[in-house]
Structure formats: C-alpha cells, structure tokens
Write a protein that binds this ligand. Structure first.
Ligand code: 13P
Length: 136
C-alpha cells in the first residue's frame, strides 16, 4: 500500500512518535511524505520515505495528484486545527480529494492509530480489488 504521512509544524513531534511506534507496520508499505515531515521521520526511524516538496511549496498538491491518479491508499495528515496556514486551500484540497476518492484519511493521532492497526489486520485490502474511479 502507498501511504502518505503529513504533519503541520506543531504536529511534527506527534507524527514522529507515531512513525516510531508503528515502524514495524509502516516498513511493510511504500511511504510518502511532504518535505519536512519526511525528513523528520527518516531521521527518527531510518524508514524509506519518498519526500515530496514541503507543504507550503506544493507538497500537499503533489500528494493530491497521486490521490487522483489512484496511487495513494491511505493518508495520515496530522493537521494543526489551531494555526492558520498560508497554504490552507491546498490543505482543504487534499482532504477533499481523499473524500472524493474514498481514501482512508486520519487527521489526528487517535484515528491514525486505528487506521494503522486496521491496515495490519487487512481492513484496507479492499483497495487492491476496487476499480478505478473517474475512468470510463
Ligand atoms: O504543510 C504541510 C502540510 O500542509 C506539511 O509540510 P512539511 O512536511 O514540509 O512541513
């Protein structure tokens, strides 16, 4: 499965903690991240992570493009609900596209843990068998 990991600055510590705690599950999958989030995860875990651009510089949009190309199976996006972001439209667009394509999406740590545990149990395997949306 292809998994995107993204966190706003005040949530970086949380996503690193999550990646350390769930390294065994995450290492079985192909990981993507926005620039700074990916750097922090790699430094803390040594996991292999493909890094897109930093979020404010277009990273969220790059992940959105993967979603619309059916190349992303799960998104963990620890967004900061208490700080306004210069690239808020990109944040909204990424969340919207996850809903359009029905990609499992966690926007906080509690849901992220449930998704990763579900991933391990095979709850996301349906992604392997579904047809492509938006293609005729
Ligand atoms: O801004 C972000 C998501 O909207 C995250 O970007 P960085 O991982 O580069 O900090």
């Amino acid at each position: 499965m292809n998994i995107a990991l993204i966190a706003h600055d005040r949530k970086k510590k949380d996503i690193v903690t999550l990646a350390v705690a769930y390294k065994r599950i995450l290492q079985e999958h192909t990981l993507y991240a926005t620039g700074t989030t990916g750097k922090r995860i790699i430094e803390a875990t040594n996991l292999k992570v493909h890094r897109f651009k930093s979020g404010p510089l277009g990273g969220d949009q790059q992940i959105g493009a993967y979603i619309s190309d059916d190349k992303m199976d799960m998104v963990i996006f620890l967004r900061d609900p208490l700080t306004s972001q210069p690239h808020e439209p990109d944040v909204t667009a990424l969340i919207r596209l996850s809903d359009v394509y029905e990609i499992p999406l966690a926007t906080n740590l509690g849901t992220a843990e449930i998704l990763l545990r579900g991933l391990k149990e095979g709850f996301v395997d349906w992604r392997k068998y579904k047809g492509n949306k938006g293609e005729s």
